[in-house]
Design a binder for this molecule. Sequence first.
Ligand code: ADP
Ligand code: ASP
Ligand code: MG
Length: 402
Amino acid sequence: MQQIIVQKYGGSSIKDTTRIKNTANRIKSYQNQGYQVVVVVSAMGKTTDTLLSLAKEISTTPSKRELDVLLSTGEQISIALLSMALNEIEIDTISLTGSQCGIKTNSVHSNARIENIDSERILTELNKNVVIVAGFQGINEKGDITTLGRGGSDTSAVALAAALKAEKCEIYTDVDGIYSADPRIIPNAKKLDTISYDEMLEMAKLGAQVLHPRSVELAKNYQVKLEVKSSLNNNPGTKIIGEIDMEKIQIRGITSENSIARISITRVPDKPGIAYKLFKTLSDNSVSIDMILQNLTHENVNDISFTTPVEELNKVSPIVKDFAKNIGAEDVIIKDNVSKISLIGTGILGHGEIASMFFETLSDLKINIEMISTSETKISCIIDKSHSLIATKKLHEIFFES
Ligand code: ADP
Ligand code: ASP
Ligand code: MG
C-alpha cells in the first residue's frame, strides 16, 4: 500500500502564480517518490487580511457567520489555482473545500474546533488523484461554513494527517524551520533541528506564529510526525518530536507578543467570591483572559490585574468598569500597550539560575516587570511595549549567543 503524506503550503508559498507553479513541481516530486499526496493550502499571500479589511469597511462588527463565509473564499481560490497548475504538469488532481472533504467542526464561528473528519471521500480520491484541500475551514452541523482561527490551515493539515494515518505531515512556509526567535526580528536566531511537542506548543501559544497552537496539540495527541520546512529551498527543516529529557535544561526560544492589554481593578474589597464573579462575568461574555495577578491584601482591599488581547478591549472595558462600580472597587486602569516576553524550554522552573538570568537581563536594561508567570516550560513577563524589541534582542543574546 502506498504511504500518505500531507503537505501544507502557507500563504507565502503560493503568494503569486510563479510560486504556485513552483509548489506544483515540489508536489510532483513527492508523487514521483511513490507517495499518495494530500495538499492543504492557505489563502494566497495576504488575501485573508484584504478580505478582513473589506468587511471592516462595511461594518465594525460584522456577523461572525458572514465573516467565515467571506474569509473561507481565500482558500478556495488557492485550491483551484494549484489544482490547475498541477494539471498543467500532467498530475491528476481534485480540489476540495473543507465541507466537501468532510471536516466537521463545532459552531464557534471564526474560532471553530474540528470535531471529526469523514475521510472516505479523500481516501477514494487518493487512489487516482492528488487531493488539494482548502485549509482553515470546515462545516458545522447545520451545514454552515466555519473557520478555525487565524493561522488555522496548520491545524487542518495535522488533523487530516491524523485522520488519514499519514506517514508524515510537512508544513511548508517562508523560513527554514523553527528558530530560537522570530528570524525576521532576530537575524542571529538559530535554527533548531528538533523540538519537542510540549516546547513547540508553548512557543506557539506564546506568539511564535509559525505554527497554529492547536496543530501542535493535535500532532502531540495523535503522534503525527510533523516537520516545518521552507518552500523556497530544499534545506532540512525542524522536526517536532516526542522525546523530552525533563532532567536536562534545554532553552529553546524567546517569543514576544505585542497586542496585549493589561487591565487592573484597584482596591477591590477582599471578600470570598469576588474573583469568581469577575472571571465568570468575563467568561460568560467569551472574553479571553491570559495572565491573572492578585496582590497581597492591605486594609481589606487588594488589586486584581489580568491581560487580554488588545482587540478584546472594546468589549472588556465596559464590562469591567461596570463590575468595579457594582462591587465598590476604586478604579479600573487600562493599559493597551504592554508586551509579553517569554523564554521557552524544558526544566526552567527546576533551575532557578535561568529565571534569575532572565530577570537580571531586564533589570540591566532598566525595564520594569509588570507581571510574571512561570511553568516547567516557560517564564513570561509583561513589560511596556516600547521595550519589547530591545528586551527580545538582549535576552536572545544572553541565552543563545554567548
Ligand atoms: P505561513 O503563511 O506559511 O503560514 P506564517 O506567517 O504563518 O507563514 O508563519 C511563518 C512566520 O513565522 C515566519 O515568516 C516568521 O517570521 C514567523 N516566526 C515567528 N516566530 C518564529 C520562530 N520561532 N521560528 C520560525 N518562524 C517564526
Ligand atoms: N488564511 C488564513 C489566515 O491568514 C489561515 C492560514 O493562513 O493558516 O489566517
Ligand atoms: Mg501560518
